[in-house]
Every structure is written in structure tokens, then in C-alpha cells.
Design a protein around this ligand. Structure first.
Ligand code: HEC
Ligand code: HEC
Ligand code: HEC
Ligand code: HEC
Length: 186
């Protein structure tokens, strides 16, 4: 992403009538664009700082998040902007990140499955989880290679999915390689 051409805009307007200078250009002149490349063109309406900021306080931001391709759904609706966008060091804001934020879950959430549902950098969390809680409500065992019929229907999860310990980490094994009867029934 390229740097905002704020100065360029100012120059162009100066050639014409000074009075044509919009408030936004003046604002940008007075205030350095602290966002650098963190705001993409699609969110920077008409190059105006006021498309998000009120003119009387920088802190006062009005931004519709569905302009991004990361809609705030479920529990994310109640998370404060700064929890996702600010990087802190001892409660001091080090950096504000917007466009460069990763959309992946495991950067922010503990991957209790220890990478079983991450493949070649792609995450499959939303196959089983919604954004309302971590209950695996979308999961249906019958969509796996091994549907649960007959006596298998009444088993508890731990009958088949055992905890694995690897050094410090413990996780439940969901990737059963061999689903043939004899792998469990000898
Ligand atoms: C749950 C985490 C989360 C919360 C809460 C959140 N955001 Fe975001 N936001 C993101 C992610 C992830 C992106 C990156 C989307 C993308 O890849 O385009 C983003 C993108 C943005 C962008 C656009 C960057 C661009 O591409 O131009 C802005 C501006 C922004 N958020 C502002 C806000 C504001 C203001 C709030 C509070 C009302 C907020 N965000 C709340 C996660 C969040
Ligand atoms: C797409 C929305 C968006 C646009 C456009 C935008 N900003 Fe921001 N800006 C934000 C958000 C979100 C914050 C974080 C607000 C907060 O402190 O909670 C922020 C914070 C700031 C802050 C720091 C406020 C503080 O108290 O730390 C300054 C200064 C600022 N913006 C200047 C600008 C300038 C100058 C422009 C135009 C060149 C601009 N912004 C354009 C969304 C935007
Ligand atoms: C194939 C289905 C499936 C996928 C995909 C999946 N999960 Fe889960 N997840 C479960 C099941 C089943 C449980 C509940 C049992 C458990 O704790 O293992 C669970 C539980 C969780 C919990 C804990 C809930 C609690 O009560 O503490 C978290 C956190 C979680 N998953 C995160 C993730 C993340 C992050 C991803 C993506 C990397 C992911 N899950 C992908 C099936 C899935
Ligand atoms: C991932 C492990 C696993 C696989 C694969 C598996 N089973 Fe099972 N099965 C179990 C467990 C655990 C039980 C409950 C404990 C037991 O009875 O051994 C069980 C119980 C059963 C029972 C009931 C036994 C009883 O005495 O009540 C039958 C019948 C059965 N399995 C048949 C099969 C058949 C047929 C296949 C292959 C299509 C198969 N199982 C594949 C784990 C497995």
C-alpha cells in the first residue's frame, strides 16, 4: 500500500484558489497523518480525515467497520477498538495498526487444538465455531469420514479422542489417522 498523497493534494489545490482548500486539507497540514499506510483507500473517503474523525477531537471516531472485509460479528461487536487495534507496552500505546492487522484467529486466541485445524496457513475454526462462543456448535460428526452409528452413538468423546502430551503442551487428538475398525478393536 502506498503512502497517502496528502501533500500532493495540498499542492494541487494551492495552484488554484486558496479558498478552495477544504477543511480536511488544512487539518492534514496541521496534523501529520499518523496512520501512515494503515488506512487503505477504500476506507479513506475522499482523502478526508473527517470521514472518520470529528473536527473537534481525534479521539472521536465514527467508522463503519463493514467497510473492511472483516465485519464485526457476535462477540467481536462488544470488543473495544483499541483491544484489536492498539499495541501496548506497559499500558502505553506503542502503535495503532489497522490495515496491516491479520484476520486470523490464532494470533489473538489460544489454539487449544494445537494446530490440528490449521493447514498451510489456513485456519478452519469457523467450520466448527461461531463468533458467539467457543462451543463447537457447527460441528457434525456425520460430516467426518466416520459417522457415529449404533453403539458408537452413545460413547463419550474421551472414549475415542485421547489427550496427547507433548512436552509442555496437552491437547485432545481429533485427527484420528486410521479410522478402520481394527485400529481400535483388536
Ligand atoms: C475483533 C477485532 C476488531 C475490533 C473490535 C475492531 N476492529 Fe477494526 N479491524 C480489525 C481487522 C482484523 C481489520 C483488518 C481488515 C482487513 O484486513 O481489511 C480491521 C480494519 C479496520 C480499519 C480499516 C483499515 C483499512 O483497511 O483501511 C479501521 C479504520 C478500523 N478497523 C477501525 C476500527 C474501529 C474504529 C473500531 C471500533 C469501533 C474497530 N476497528 C474495532 C479488527 C477489529
Ligand atoms: C478510516 C478511519 C480513519 C481515517 C480516515 C483517519 N483516521 Fe485517524 N484514527 C482512526 C482511529 C480508529 C483512531 C484511534 C482513535 C482512538 O484513539 O481511539 C485514530 C487516531 C488518530 C489520532 C490519534 C488520536 C490519539 O488520541 O492518539 C490522530 C492524531 C489521527 N487519527 C489523525 C488522523 C489524520 C490527520 C487523518 C487524515 C490524514 C486521519 N487520522 C484519518 C481512524 C481514522
Ligand atoms: C472440527 C471442529 C473444530 C475446529 C475446526 C476447531 N475446533 Fe475448537 N473446539 C472443537 C471442539 C469439539 C471443542 C470442545 C472440546 C475441546 O475442548 O476440545 C472445541 C473447543 C475450543 C475451545 C475451548 C472452549 C472452552 O470451553 O474452553 C477453543 C478456545 C477453541 N476450540 C478454539 C479453536 C480455534 C482457535 C480453532 C481454529 C484454529 C478451532 N477451535 C477449530 C472443535 C473444533
Ligand atoms: C476411533 C476408535 C474406534 C474406531 C475406528 C471404531 N470403534 Fe467401535 N468402539 C470404539 C470404542 C471406544 C467403543 C466402546 C468401548 C468398547 O466397547 O470397546 C466402541 C464400541 C463398538 C461396538 C460395541 C461393542 C460392545 O460390546 O458394546 C461395536 C459393535 C463397534 N464398536 C464396532 C465398530 C466397527 C464395526 C468399526 C469399524 C467400522 C468400529 N467399531 C470402529 C472405538 C472405535
Amino acid at each position: 500500500m502506498r503512502q497517502r498523497p496528502v501533500l500532493h493534494v495540498i499542492k494541487k489545490k494551492r495552484i488554484g484558489n486558496l479558498e478552495l482548500m477544504e477543511k480536511s486539507v488544512l487539518t492534514a497540514m496541521r496534523h501529520e497523518n499518523i496512520h501512515g499506510n494503515e488506512i487503505s483507500d477504500k476506507c479513506f473517503d475522499e482523502n478526508k480525515c473527517e470521514s472518520c474523525h470529528s473536527t473537534w477531537a481525534w479521539k472521536n471516531v465514527d467508522f463503519k467497520h463493514n467497510k473492511t472485509d472483516f465485519e464485526l460479528l457476535g462477540k467481536h461487536k462488544n470488543v473495544s477498538c483499541s483491544d484489536c487495534h492498539f499495541i501496548y507496552n506497559n499500558s502505553k500505546v506503542l502503535k495503532q495498526r489497522f490495515a496491516s492487522l491479520d484476520q486470523g484467529c490464532v494470533q489473538y486466541h489460544k489454539d487449544i487444538h494445537f494446530r490440528q485445524f490449521v493447514d498451510s496457513g489456513k485456519e478452519f475454526c469457523v467450520n466448527c465455531h461461531t463468533l458467539n462462543n467457543w462451543n463447537p456448535v457447527l460441528f457434525d460428526h456425520n460430516n467426518t469420514r466416520f459417522s457415529l452409528d449404533g453403539a458408537h452413538k452413545n460413547l463419550s468423546r474421551t472414549n475415542c479422542h485421547k489427550e496427547i502430551e507433548k512436552g509442555e503442551v496437552r491437547y485432545i487428538n481429533y485427527k484420528i489417522k486410521d479410522a478402520a475398525c481394527k485400529s481400535c478393536h483388536s
